[in-house]
Every structure is written in structure tokens, then in C-alpha cells.
Design a protein around this ligand. Structure first.
Ligand code: 48H
Ligand code: FE2
Length: 256
């Protein structure tokens, strides 16, 4: 019995992995913007893999506001929650609340059911940049990263790479530092996140969601980090809308 259990896991895992070694879109970070983008593209029939450093995908959703496990969503983003069958309540003034555990698990479940491969406990430590294009991600197990073990990584090639790593904007940072690329921001460099300003932060998240370089896209807080947008606290509509926007842009680019 024991060997049959091991064999079943090994066989199905590697079948799954084999099918996702070359993808249309590699997303780094399974936060709200990454999960929404992944689901939208997978629903269009694209092959999408997400790489998430932590064991649990969901990013900053789980913690709500200061660990009070509710998040706020504005009216214009409710349709995205509805598409994931996630419930919400009115809080007045065009604001709504949703249980952060339901939102995180609902986004993860929706992405999975749409056909996204979610690689949890996998960190992206580098990118592939060739002939003026970002065309892959360099991956390793998070425990290997955390223990500082000298283990060489593997590579997943992609038509597009999305930096959905949240506040640190790790992939944009890697790409600008190591590949020396100039990105599509007013300075050509990473401008850094600005302090709290809820309304402007929500608007700038969507505005700053863009293609930074051929093959490299950015969403969510990583977009604000790249282009100098404000933070907004535990309101998440901007993150969801950023995911939808970047999915549309990537779809046009890879189909066009
Ligand atoms: C693999 C990685 C790597 C790596 C990071 O932070 P997130 O939730 O991302 P967003 O931008 O979709 O959502 C932001 C939102 O949660 C938030 O922080 C808000 C609204 N803040 C407002 C405020 O004022 O603070 O998720 C990013 C995910 C995390 O799960 C990381 O573990 C993961 O990316 N990640 N995964 N390889 N190199 N770097
Ligand atoms: Fe945050």
C-alpha cells in the first residue's frame, strides 16, 4: 500500500509538471492580482503557471486589515468577486466587505478550476532575458532558498512573465539589476512605492499595471513599486482590477 501511495503521487505530479515546463504565462506570486490574472488567461485557454514562495497561496488577502480577517472592496470591483462566487456584504458608502479566508480560498480554487498550475513553496530567483525579451523564470524550492543550500535551479520558459510579487516587486528588481534593462516608467527605473493614500493608491494600482519591457508585465503592489504609486491599506478592488487589466494586455500581446 505504502509504495502505491508514493507511486501515485510521483506519477501524477510529474505528469502535471511535464505539461507546464513551457507556458504562455508564468506568474510570480499568488496574491490577489496574480490569481485574478491567472484565472482570466486560463479561461481563455492559455497555459498558465503560478510560482508562489509560501506554502499557502493568497498573498496579503489572508490577513485582512491588521489580522482582522475581513477585507474591503469597492462597488466597481464586485463583479470580479461574483465571477469567483465569493460572497460580500454592504458596508455603506459604496464599500463592501468580504471574509478574507473566503476571498483567498475562493481565488485559489477559481484559479485551479480554470486550469492554472499553482506551484506552491517554489520561489523565483532569476529571469531569462534574451534578445531584448524576458522569456522565462528560474525556480527553486523555497526551503532550498531559506536554508541557503547551494542547489542549482530549474527553468520554466514563458511567452510572458508577470511580476505579481507585491510590495517588493522582486522580479522587476531582478530584471533591472541583473539583466540591466530599462523599464517603461517615467525614469526607466524602479521608482519605489509611495506612502498611504487610499483613493490615489487604488487608482494608481490599475494605472501602473502595464508591460514594463517585452515579455515582462507587472500587476498589484509590484506595479505601484515600479512606477511610484501609493499604498492603500486593506481595500482590494484595485488588486482585482489590476489582475483583469494585465490579463487583457497579455492576451492581446500573445495572440497578436
Ligand atoms: C515566488 C514570490 C516571490 C518570488 C514574492 O503581496 P501580494 O498579496 O500581491 P498583490 O500585489 O497581488 O496584492 C497586494 C496586497 O496583498 C497588498 O499587499 C495590499 C493591498 N496592500 C496595501 C498596503 O497598504 O499595504 O502577494 C504576492 C505574493 C506573496 O504571496 C509572496 O509570497 C509571493 O508573491 N512572492 N513568490 N517567488 N520571488 N516574491
Ligand atoms: Fe500590503
Amino acid at each position: 500500500m505504502e509504495e502505491r501511495i508514493t507511486s501515485a503521487i510521483v506519477r501524477t505530479y510529474f505528469e502535471k509538471l511535464q505539461n507546464f515546463l513551457e507556458v504562455d504565462l508564468a506568474i510570480v506570486g499568488a496574491g490577489p492580482s496574480g490569481l485574478v490574472a491567472a484565472t482570466a488567461l486560463a479561461k481563455e485557454g492559455k497555459k498558465v503557471a503560478i510560482f508562489e514562495r509560501l506554502l499557502a497561496p493568497g498573498g496579503g488577502v489572508w490577513g485582512g486589515g491588521m489580522l482582522f480577517n475581513e477585507i474591503v472592496i469597492q462597488e466597481e470591483a464586485l463583479h470580479i468577486l461574483e465571477d469567483f462566487n465569493i460572497s460580500y456584504k454592504s458596508a455603506g458608502d459604496g464599500l463592501y466587505t468580504a471574509d478574507s479566508v473566503e476571498v483567498a480560498s475562493g481565488l485559489i480554487f477559481g484559479a485551479k478550476k480554470a486550469g492554472v498550475m499553482i506551484n506552491n513553496a517554489v520561489s523565483v530567483e532569476d529571469v531569462v532575458c534574451r534578445e531584448g525579451r524576458i522569456c522565462g523564470v528560474v525556480v527553486n524550492w523555497t526551503p532550498v532558498e531559506r536554508l541557503g543550500m547551494h542547489v542549482d535551479p530549474l527553468v520554466v520558459m514563458a511567452k510572458a512573465v508577470l511580476d505579481g510579487t507585491g510590495h517588493p516587486g522582486e522580479i522587476t528588481d531582478l530584471a533591472t539589476r541583473k539583466a540591466g534593462i530599462k523599464i517603461d516608467t517615467p525614469t526607466g527605473k524602479i521608482m519605489g512605492e509611495k506612502p498611504m493614500w487610499m483613493e490615489l493608491g487604488e487608482a494608481s494600482t490599475v494605472e501602473n499595471t502595464k508591460r514594463l519591457y517585452p515579455g515582462l508585465y507587472v500587476s498589484g503592489m509590484a506595479a505601484n513599486n515600479a512606477s511610484g504609486g501609493f499604498r492603500m491599506g486593506p481595500i482590494f478592488g484595485g488588486m482585482f482590477m489590476s489582475g483583469r487589466k494585465v490579463a487583457r494586455m497579455i492576451l492581446e500581446d500573445i495572440d497578436g
